[in-house]
Design a protein around this ligand. Structure first.
Ligand code: GUN
Ligand code: FE
Length: 426
């Protein structure tokens, strides 16, 4: 099925404040959008979803695959205690290949069944388990950057690499394996260097990762300015830095030539935010996680309107759901709390802006690798979701925008179909 068309009610967001609604046919050719028309294109198979809302596939810019096993539990602690008491003990289990295979099979099954078509994913520090996850994602037809974690300090012996040198050797082995396999290097599933966060990754290790990023031309991801206790700890660990982000930037792991996703950026001071903007660091805003691990509320509207690159992340299992529509609703909700309680300089986010961040915003990360993602425009990846909101119907007539909003807020809809790069996954 190299060439086909969908029929339905298409919704996308050419700009953060424009919800575009079009009735008609979207043509797919070789995995790309190849024309929108009001009338049926001739000579191709038409998949008829008349009456259904169709949105671009959603982009999850930040989540942790091994944490999916305890998702929805362990919600009583703040970040640093949560990591020590719940996260590290669970992630340590992924040293066992059987455990990893099984754990990742549940994760990948549910991600495939979700609204997510693309993601930037943290695995664990285990090379072989990370490769297992990458294979499963590729087999599922998803696009993803996946990170073997780099961790050589401040976690239990059972979940820490013995030294920077050992960790760097494993990271190189992982990158070489991806290269050798080819399909894990330039295909839809690729490696991404992942110092967990500065408290986990010492200077020598971080420096080596910066060198590997340049040598192998791979992107990077980490956490940044998520929690006040974490930020104070980084200041102690890195007394020579002026702000947290410098603990990455001084080793070449903060955008610029190395495309980088930084999760959270809730408390970024002006100098840090300015460097993020200058280096085109991609911000992953994770509102559900921020609520659960008591992090705070990121200034997402400031970033969105002020020229930063920003998308959304579920941050499972700090976030309690893989469902990015729920994350979109949470982004709107917490932006109102921010406006009411913290800062009235930016208006709260709208659902249109939330959809923009979950599609065009996060999708822009793939532009650094030559792919257009997030819109129903010619030459963009044919990533599309057909929404089933039959369960939400009542005596009222809703506009397409309202139907999208209800789908996100009520959480009782389902997917009728899902396409990723022109392939039907559901
Ligand atoms: N900072 C370091 N590790 C983690 C993690 O696993 N989740 C979140 N939310 N923050 C982190
Ligand atoms: Fe995270």
């Amino acid at each position: 099925m190299d060439c086909f068309a969908l029929k339905g009610t298409f919704i996308d967001t050419p700009t953060p404040d424009a919800l575009r609604v079009r009735e008609g046919y979207l043509l797919c050719e070789n995995g790309l959008c190849a024309g929108f028309s009001r009338t049926a294109p001739a000579g191709v198979e038409i998949l008829d979803y008349t009456g259904r809302i169709i949105t671009p596939g959603l982009v999850d810019l930040h989540l942790h695959a091994p944490q999916y096993s305890y998702c929805g539990t362990a919600m009583d602690l703040e970040l640093l205690d949560w990591l020590q008491q719940y996260t590290y003990p669970e992630e340590a289990h992924y040293a066992d290949p059987e455990y990893a295979k099984l754990g990742y099979s549940y994760f990948v099954r549910d991600l495939k069944n979700s609204a997510t078509t693309r993601a930037c994913i943290f695995a664990t520090l285990h090379t072989d388990a990370t490769l297992e996850l990458m294979h499963q994602l590729k087999d599922a037809g998803l696009s993803a950057f996946v990170g073997k974690l780099a961790m050589d300090r401040n976690s239990p012996d059972t979940y820490r690499e013995p030294s920077a040198a050992a960790g760097l050797a494993e990271t190189r082995r992982w990158l070489d394996t991806c290269r050798t396999e080819g399909s894990l290097h330039a295909g839809p599933v690729r490696p991404m260097l992942t110092p967990r966060f500065t408290p986990s990754t010492g200077d020598e290790y971080m420096k080596g990762l910066g060198e590997l990023a340049a040598e192998y031309s791979v992107p990077a991801q980490s956490h940044l300015s998520e929690n006040p206790g974490e930020i104070a700890w980084v200041a102690e660990l890195c007394p020579d830095t002026k702000f947290y982000g410098e603990s990455y930037s001084r080793f070449g792991l903060f955008g610029n030539n190395v495309p980088t996703v930084m999760a959270h950026c809730i408390y970024s001071p002006d100098a840090e935010a300015a460097l993020m903007k200058r280096n085109r660091v991609m911000i992953a805003h994770c509102p559900t996680s921020n609520e659960n691990v008591i992090a705070g509320i990121a200034p997402a509207a400031k970033y969105l309107h002020g020229g930063w690159r920003i998308g959304l992340g579920s941050d499972v299992a700090g976030g309690h759901t893989l469902d990015l529509f729920a994350v979109m609703a949470a982004a709107v909700q917490v932006s109102k709390l921010r406006w009411r309680y913290i800062d009235q300089s930016e208006k709260p986010l709208t659902m249109t802006e939330a959809l923009y961040m979950a599609t065009v915003g996060g999708g822009d990360f793939w532009a650094d690798f030559g792919e257009n993602v997030g819109l129903f425009e010619d030459g963009y990846a044919f990533d599309a979701l057909v929404l089933d909101d039959a369960a939400l119907k009542n005596m009222r007539t809703f506009t397409p925008a309202e139907r999208l909003e209800r789908y996100a807020y009520l959480g009782r809809g389902a997917l009728t179909a899902k396409f990723a790069q022109g392939k039907k996954l559901l």
